[in-house]
Design a protein around this ligand. Structure first.
Ligand code: ACO
Length: 323
């Protein structure tokens, strides 16, 4: 019985840092409000000449190097993003070309599940690997949210950041790897967070229509779904909350992470927190947090890791991994 195991991770954050104090000069907000309500101190913003696939490429190169494989050996590239370079082609194809693996011709596709994009991509990769359809898959979570943020709307502008995280998944028949996962979506809640531009809803204008979010309602629904889906995945795998060594949650709001941990009876010290210096990087937040935790030695061989994510509008999921 095969499963997918993460053999290497990589991460990339753009050079430019935008602090809460910088935002104070741009809009009617304060460092105190942002830290208290979200846990965010600063976020990274892509340079004008960087697009999503550039960020993805940096994180992927690092992951491939650490895995000791070249891009032409990949069977598939899956990119979780809601901020693609363009409508066509998908970020995964730009990434394949930038990694120099275009001629090798592996499958390449994007998954748009907003903040749950990385978990959706990981679960899909696991299914391909389990079925024997692929052996090595590059999974990326990446966003350039700064391009679709409405900088005149303080309720969303202070939250988001840019970045990319990558993981190399390989076929394994041992105990390590993805043990269980669960994905959900409910399109009835589309109004909670919407960026309706650049599709067929509006005639293409060349401009993205910016993000609008009903933050307060989203918060309450996020906590409920994150608790339930995490419990469900734990039950499915027969794992008790006290057996979890590390939680790698989506970094939307430190209060959401805290509420979910409390409801699951998992100490906050077990949660990886990067929101203070990354902000909410949507699909990139989990792989960036994972990469940082691996680099800092917070995750070691044999650890039981619980992932959970909630995103627009609305998607959610959870995954259990034996590292
Ligand atoms: N600075 C100062 N004041 C602000 C700011 C700001 N940046 N933003 C809002 N406020 C004010 C509001 O105007 C309001 O003032 P009022 O009481 O005078 O009307 C007050 O603060 C409270 O506003 P709320 O929206 O109720 O604030 P809340 O505590 O809910 O925090 C937040 C807002 C941070 C957005 C929170 O609701 C949240 O984190 N929601 C969940 C986000 C999420 O999980 N999204 C899904 C994933 S993202 C994705 O998929 C891409």
């Amino acid at each position: 019985m095969y499963k997918a195991r993460i053999i290497a991770t990589g991460g990339y954050l753009p050079e430019r840092i935008l602090t809460n104090h910088d935002l104070e000069k741009m809009m009617d907000t304060s460092d105190e409000w942002i830290q208290k309500r979200t846990g965010i101190k600063e976020r990274h913003i892509a340079a004008d000449n960087q697009v999503t696939s550039d960020l993805a490429c940096e994180a992927s190169k690092q992951a491939l190097k650490r895995a000791g494989i070249t891009a032409d050996k990949l069977d598939m590239i899956i990119v979780g993003t809601c901020t693609p370079d363009m409508t066509l082609p998908a970020v995964a194809l730009h990434l394949q070309r930038k990694l120099g693996a275009g001629k090798a011709g592996c499958a390449a596709v994007d998954m748009n599940a907003a903040c749950s994009g990385f978990l959706y991509s990981m679960a899909t990769a696991n299914a391909y690997i389990k079925s024997g359809m692929a052996k090595n898959i590059l999974v990326v979570g990446v966003e350039t949210l700064s391009r679709i943020v409405n900088w005149d709307d303080r309720s969303t502008a202070v939250i988001f950041g840019d970045g990319a995280g990558a993981a190399i998944l390989t076929q394994d028949s041992g105990k390590r790897g993805i043990i269980a996962s669960e994905l959900h979506a409910d399109g009835d809640y589309a109004y909670l967070m919407i960026a309706p531009g650049n599709g067929t809803f509006h005639a293409p204008t060349g401009n993205y229509t910016k993000i609008h979010m009903e933050g307060h309602d989203t918060f309450k629904i996020a906590v409920r779904h994150l608790e339930n889906v995490s419990r469900s995945v734990l039950e499915k795998a027969g794992v008790k909350p006290e057996e979890i060594d590390v939680v790698v949650p989506h970094q939307a709001n430190v209060r959401i992470i805290g509420s979910v941990a409390k409801r699951l009876d998992i100490p906050m010290e077990k949660c990886i927190l990067t929101i203070d210096h990354h902000g909410n990087t949507a699909g990139a937040s989990i792989p960036l947090a994972l990469n940082e935790a691996v680099e800092n030695g917070r995750i070691t061989d044999g650890d039981m890791i619980l992932f959970n994510a909630f995103g627009a509008s609305i998607t959610w999921g959870s995954m259990l991994v034996r590292w």
